[in-house]
Ligand binder design. Structure first.
Ligand SMILES: NC(=O)c1ccc[n+]([C@@H]2O[C@H](COP(=O)([O-])OP(=O)(O)OC[C@H]3O[C@@H](n4cnc5c(N)ncnc54)[C@H](O)[C@@H]3O)[C@@H](O)[C@H]2O)c1
Ligand SMILES: N[C@H](CO)Cc1c[nH]c[nH+]1
Ligand SMILES: [Zn+2]
Length: 793
């Protein structure tokens, strides 16, 4: 049961509610149809009542038919819960379900007849209690039906609560009426009062003021309520008033075009999500942006829920077909859709990074989220490619190269020594430049070689050692989709040679123009002694090297960066025991995090950000500012825009910067903490005395120290490796190094003395493990050596 009286209103319901505000507590109300001229009048009154005062509104039909069937359907579709009639059994409409027509309930009363006394009396007459103290258990909830606490009411407190429409209860500890908030200031407006199904418990719905309901200062007696959609609504309402200048949420509030684009983008991503995690992730994003739009326009979650309830009452529902425009779009290839989305970022828009304060947890979380691909979707595309290469070998490689790279090959593999025509176009200057890089990379990686085995005598007569062996056959992937990368060829080929790998195979997608790989890549391949170049890219190249084909030898390890298809295929083959093939690391889209302070050169900072932003639309660049002034941030933004516009790959940069951010920190330790959490592939330090801060770095692929160390130097020529872990994998992976091309073997030698030293320990532990064979292998030897007493068991 809800409230035992349903007030019946005419058109002047507003005046009645002003003079008898207690009527709002009934929750359910009815309208007298005979007082309204048109169905629109009924609908307008219904909507006002539902939005301000009532939980449900019904319509009382008396006498002759005031409305025809169509009008009644219109009314029922716009919020009226029931039609009350004198004789529900005799009234039948073809299109109105029977359960929406009810006989007039006894408890309907004309509002003009209801007095405060009769209202209270009507309520009290319906409740009972079996408690010895005569009190009524009372549940207090807020207008979102969230439980605030459990209290008790007496008949007196109920009367006072209804009379004043505020939270009034009975305090058992003080044995007196308790007006909530009288001393704390945390008062309550009473919105409605309900009785439970067996009439012995009450529910007070209130609007809670002040810090909250609980005397401990929390919103409810069961802790705080700032979570989920309600918590988000609360935060966004707060941000509307207090948003930090330049924060992402503030930008969304101000920029209608951006906000609407994000809503469309997230809606589309939700339609593309497949796993539970992805669906929850994308739905959360969509709710977030939708909620920003609601809060911006003063619409509350309660308004949305009311709307849902109203829709639930509809009789005639639309067929539910989608507009043709959306049907057509969802049938489109994902690649087309992505391209379309990219075009929504205008070519003339200013290129600038979002700005968030480090204290803005939500903003920072969003900022450091990689524009990561959905593994399940990519695997969906990659799995059949791998299967086909496994079964059809070279033929599949040739077919995929035609399909994805637009090149028709006769043979998919180029054998060393590589024909002279493949070196055509290579200039002397280029050769010299590559040679400088090759020698520096060789020097740095040769220095990493462990020359002598590591030998440690752990106890007298127990000698342990460890020594490296080169991995025999390695497959090196050299990306070639959006840019040719001879630098990656040397970053992989030289360490493989230094480590002593017996067979080095390159794979790289051929150029569309002539079906060859670039002469620079061929030059590096010959310099590092590669035996073959597989003329294929993507998942098909990875599969060919992992399983082998007629002309591609199966390798033991695949190394090298690449796009999402390459990375997904590498992850797949390393998990397939049939392939028996390991990989270096997940080395996906390039990324950089720059830490800069007020003294940093704005042009240097901008150029470093852009040098990685130009890699691809799925790259990400982050600037962590230490105590940066507003002016400095503005200058950096201007430099980014100006330099970006002059780059040939400005379109790629634009897409990358759209998911890149400036995070403002107050001090250096905070900046490094931020960077360690992000675990960037590249970390650039453009701060005073940069080298002093290196010890603060726990997670990063490679560090670039000081203002004259652009990341480009590491990409090409300094000597460090540029094949580095991305996506935050710098937490657990190292970048490519000499050891990446080796495995380590351990060895031990135990003498009689050694056996005497550790033998008993071995036997003891083997016994507890129940492995007597292990124990015996020691016991036999020790017995023969006379190291055990005769009666030893
Ligand atoms: N982390 C590092 O160390 C590092 C180093 C260098 C480059 N990178 C990154 O490597 C990536 C290189 O990517 P790229 O695309 O330029 O070259 P790529 O060689 O990795 O990929 C090109 C291949 O992808 C395949 N492909 C393209 N579209 C496909 C589709 N729809 N279905 C199936 N396969 C498809 C084709 O086979 C094509 O040959 C960039 O993201 C760059 O940032 C990273
Ligand atoms: N920065 C890339 C690694 O993330 C490597 C590279 C190659 N060419 C230019 N840059
Ligand atoms: Zn680079």
């Amino acid at each position: 049961m809800t409230f035992p009286i349903v007030p019946l209103f005419d058109t002047d319901y507003q005046t009645t509610l002003n003079t008898k505000p207690f009527l709002k507590l009934a929750g359910d109300v009815a309208l007298d149809a005979s007082a309204f001229k048109t169905d629109s009048d009924v609908i307008s009154a219904t909507k006002t009542l539902l939005s301000k005062y009532s939980k449900s509104v019904s319509l009382l039909l008396t006498g002759s038919k005031q409305f025809n069937e169509d009008q009644l359907i219109n009314i029922l579709n716009n919020g009226i819960s029931y039609l009350f009639t004198n004789d529900s059994a005799s009234i039948k409409f073809d299109s109105i379900p029977n359960d929406r027509i009810q006989s007039i309930p006894q408890f309907i009363q004309l509002s003009s007849d209801i007095t405060l006394e009769s209202f209270i009396q009507g309520f009290i007459s319906q409740i009972k209690t079996d408690r010895k103290d005569g009190l009524y258990t009372t549940l207090v909830v807020d207008n979102k039906e969230r439980c605030l606490g459990l209290v008790y009411s007496s008949l007196e407190s109920i009367k006072e609560a209804i009379t004043k429409q505020v939270g009034v209860y009975f305090s058992r500890s003080r044995n007196e009426i308790w007006v909530k908030g009288l001393t704390s200031g945390n008062t309550q407006a009473l919105l409605s009062v309900d009785i439970d199904c067996d009439s012995d418990a009450l529910k007070f719905t209130v609007s809670q003021d002040g810090t909250g309901f609980c005397h401990t200062g929390t919103k409810s007696c069961f802790g705080d309520l700032a979570y989920g959609l309600n918590g988000l609504e609360h935060t966004l309402n707060d941000r509307m008033i207090n948003a930090v200048d330049g924060s992402y949420t503030q930008r969304l509030f101000k920029d209608e075009t951006l906000l609407n684009a994000k809503i469309k983008e997230e809606a589309e991503e939700l339609t593309e999500a497949t796993t539970k995690n992805e669906l929850a992730w994308e739905a959360a994003d969509l709710f977030y942006f939708a909620m920003v739009r609601l809060v911006k326009n003063g619409v509350s979650l309660a308004d949305v829920e009311r709307n849902l309830s109203m829709k639930n009452l509809k009789i005639t529902r639309r067929k539910g077909d989608a507009k043709p425009r959306f049907l057509q779009e969802s049938a489109e290839e994902p690649a087309n859709k992505k391209a379309k989305l990219q075009r929504t970022i205008g070519a003339n828009d200013k290129i600038y990074l979002d700005v968030v304060q480090s204290s803005n947890i939500e903003g920072v979380t969003k900022a450091v989220t990689r524009p990561i691909q959905k593994t399940s979707q990519i695997m969906h595309l990659v799995n059949p490619i791998i299967d086909n290469v496994k079964t059809k070998g070279d033929q599949a490689l040739i077919e995929y190269t035609k399909k994805f790279d637009g090149v028709e090959l006769k043979a998919p593999v180029l054998e060393a020594p590589f024909p002279a025509e493949y070196f055509e176009g290579l200039t002397e200057e280029m050769k010299q430049s590559l040679d400088i890089s090759i020698e520096n990379v060789r020097k740095f990686h040769a220095a990493q070689l462990q020359k002598k085995p590591l030998v440690v005598t752990t106890q007298p007569g127990v000698i342990c050692s460890r020594f490296p062996r080169a991995i025999e056959k390695v497959g090196l992937y050299i990306p070639g989709g959006t840019a040719i990368l001879p630098s990656t060829a040397l970053m992989l080929g030289i360490p493989a040679q230094v480590a002593g790998c017996k067979e080095i195979i390159f794979a790289s997608p051929p150029r569309k123009s002539d079906g060859k790989v670039s002469p620079e890549v061929v030059y590096v391949a010959s310099k590092c002694g590669a035996s073959k170049i597989v003329l294929a890219g993507g998942a098909q190249a990875v599969a060919a090297m992992a399983y082998g084909t007629e002309s591609v030898p199966k390798v033991d390890k695949i190394l090298g960066p690449g796009n999402q298809f390459v990375t997904a295929a590498k992850m797949y083959v390393q998990n397939d025991t049939q392939a028996l093939c390991s990989i270096d690391m997940p080395a996906g889209p390039s990324e950089v995090l720059v830490i800069a302070d007020e003294d940093a050169d704005v042009d240097f900072v901008a150029s470093d950000l852009l040098s990685q932003a130009e890699h691809g639309i799925d790259s990400q660049v982050i600037l962590v500012g230490v105590n940066l002034s507003e002016k400095k941030v503005q200058l950096i933004q201007e430099a980014v825009h100006e330099q970006a516009c002059a780059l040939p790959r400005v379109d790629i940069v634009r897409q990358c910067i759209a998911h890149s951010t400036i995070i403002l920190c107050d001090n250096y330790p905070e900046a490094f903490e931020m960077s360690n959490k992000y675990a960037p592939e590249h970390l650039i330090l453009q701060i005073n005395e940069a080298d002093r801060y290196v010890p603060l770095v726990d997670n990063a692929g490679s560090i670039f120290v000081g203002s004259y160390t652009p990341e480009s130097c590491g990409d090409y020529s300094s000597g460090t490796n540029h094949t580095l872990p991305t996506y935050g994998y710098a937490r657990q992976y190292s970048g490519a190094n000499t050891a990446t091309f080796q495995k380590f073997i351990t060895s031990q030698q135990v003498t009689a003395e050694g056996l005497d030293n550790i033998g008993k320990a071995v036997m003891c532990i083997a016994k507890v493990e129940g492995l007597d064979g292990h124990r015996n292998a020691v016991k036999i030897r020790m017995n023969k050596l006379g190291l055990l007493p005769k009666n030893f068991q």
